[in-house]
Design a protein around this ligand. Structure first.
Ligand code: ZN
Length: 238
């Protein structure tokens, strides 16, 4: 089975379309949360994901947009974007978010947005935080988003993108927490849209980046009257 794994699309339709085109033929699409927030196309992104055979878990921004996460936990710009997003979503889009389960297990993977012990808010930004989360899932691999940065943290404390594939094949290696990076708002200094591809037959797990029309995504954020920082950061990937 071939799977494309996306995270933190953040209502960036141009990035989502570019990733879908780049990934080509896959059997399933997995989304690790935050389909909406920050960007100008929350409705189009939910509707496009809905046309694909996919699994999704909800992110903090998705939950904030439908009244299931307190807006005072977000910074000012994020909150402004979520108040705007809530007005764009129809009842069917809210129902879509409300129906998502916070944790999905598809052996050998566990899928969550933030971390296995706190699926909504915790940032796995270091090996120490990753190690503290290892007892909170039981599969060889856990897939997370939320930090908008690629990651492959092993339970022995190293960062090793290449060895994570061995865990996919059930080999006796450390367990891993992997992050594809952000599809719609990268923050690792690389503005290209991020996603992962998995081939469970070949035992391959790969991180991909794809150029997309960030000018148009930024133009739409400005045209919607959303905070300018959310447009300009798409150019730098920060
Ligand atoms: Zn996010």
């Amino acid at each position: 089975m071939r799977i494309a794994i996306l995270a933190d699309i953040h209502a960036n339709l141009q990035a989502l379309e570019a990733v879908i085109a780049d990934a080509g033929s896959v059997d399933e699409w997995w989304c690790l949360g935050d389909i909406v927030g920050y960007g100008a196309d929350p409705v189009a992104c939910i509707e496009l994901m809905s046309t694909l055979p996919h699994l999704a878990v909800p992110g903090n921004h998705d939950l904030g947009a439908v009244g299931e996460a307190a807006l005072d936990r977000f910074n000012g710009n994020a909150r402004t974007c979520l108040q705007w997003t809530a007005k764009q979503l129809g009842s069917e889009h809210k129902r879509y978010v409300l129906a998502l389960a916070p944790k999905i297990v598809r052996d050998p993977f566990t899928l969550v947005h933030a971390s296995p012990r706190d699926t909504v808010w915790e940032y796995i930004v270091s090996g120490d935080v990753a190690r503290a989360n290892m007892p909170h899932f039981s599969t060889p691999l856990c897939l997370v988003g939320h930090t908008h940065r690629t990651a492959a943290f092993s339970e022995d404390g190293t960062v090793d993108f290449a060895r994570a594939s061995a865990a996919l094949m059930g080999q006796p290696v450390p367990r891993f927490i992997c992050n594809p990076g952000a599809t719609g708002q990268p923050r690792d200094g690389n503005p290209r849209a991020a996603y992962m591809k998995v081939d469970t037959v070949k035992g391959e797990l790969a991180w991909h980046r794809v150029a997309y029309d960030w000018h148009e995504a930024a133009r739409r954020i400005t045209a919607a009257g959303l905070p300018e920082i959310e447009a300009s950061r798409l150019r730098t990937g920060n």
